[in-house]
Design a protein around this ligand. Structure first.
Ligand SMILES: [Zn+2]
Length: 241
């Protein structure tokens, strides 16, 4: 279930439902020209041509794969998504400001991850980054079981396969995780948190679009015609007078 869709008001949810379809994707299958809400599994975001992951979205958000989305989105693990074609989503945003706001929070979530991961990949150790990735993946799929191969994780983190397998062996020995063919399991979440950097906390639940929706949007932001996006953007940039 998409936590993000579940948090929408009935009106906004009905609008999305009117246009939505459902798709099941295999590991590595790309998503394009639509807005996708993962209901199980997760979607990994890359710069085209590169394997390094710059973000991941699960039940807590959505991916807007429009023309201006300068990245590629691929299913990571077997993933089920609710998909809305871009044209229909644009109409839904115009019709309901809550949907526009949800889209903005989701876009900001992806941007936030890309920023943090850029710092993480250049500043923190491979084991810290591995722990950060697995905790975040576990959150995205809402399960301790993450169905990925060691090679996929290594590529996503930009580390050697041999480095990844050493880290996995050590963390298994310490009782933090379990692993089997094509699967990593978080065994002791608190211990795994001690092995990661502060980047995991920086991307924790309070940043999730679904949590931001849950915490309630200002009434005026969901009123039609309140230009919520401009208000939100106004927080980020100072407009010329
Ligand atoms: Zn880090």
């Amino acid at each position: 279930v998409s936590s993000l869709l579940a948090r929408l008001s009935p009106r906004a949810a009905n609008l999305i439902r009117r246009y939505a379809g459902r798709a099941t994707l295999c590991d590595g299958e790309p998503i394009a020209d639509c807005v996708a809400f993962p209901s199980s599994g997760m979607v990994s975001i890359h710069v085209p041509g590169a394997q390094v992951e710059v973000g991941a979205v699960g039940h807590e958000g959505c991916i807007i794969c429009g023309k201006s989305f300068a990245a590629s989105a691929v299913a990571r693990t077997k993933t089920t998504v609710v998909v809305v074609p871009n044209g229909a989503f644009r109409e839904a945003m115009a019709e309901d400001a809550e949907i526009a706001r949800m889209a903005f929070f989701s876009y900001r979530w992806i941007l936030r991850q890309a920023q943090q991961i850029a710092v993480c990949n250049t500043t923190h150790s491979a084991p810290q980054r591995f722990a950060r990735w697995l905790l975040r993946a576990s959150d995205a799929v809402a399960s301790n079981n993450v169905e990925v191969t060691q090679d996929t994780v290594a590529e996503g983190l930009g580390i050697q396969r041999t480095t990844a397998s050493i880290i996995i062996r050590e963390m298994t020995y310490l009782g933090f995780i379990r692993h089997s063919r094509g699967r990593l399991v978080v065994r002791d979440r608190e211990a795994l948190k001690t092995a990661t950097c502060n980047c995991y906390d920086a991307l924790a639940q309070s940043n999730w679009p679904s949590e931001i929706l849950k915490s309630g949007m200002p009434a005026k932001a969901v009123d039609r015609g309140a230009a919520p996006l401009w208000q939100e953007l106004g927080d980020l940039v100072e407009w010329p007078k």
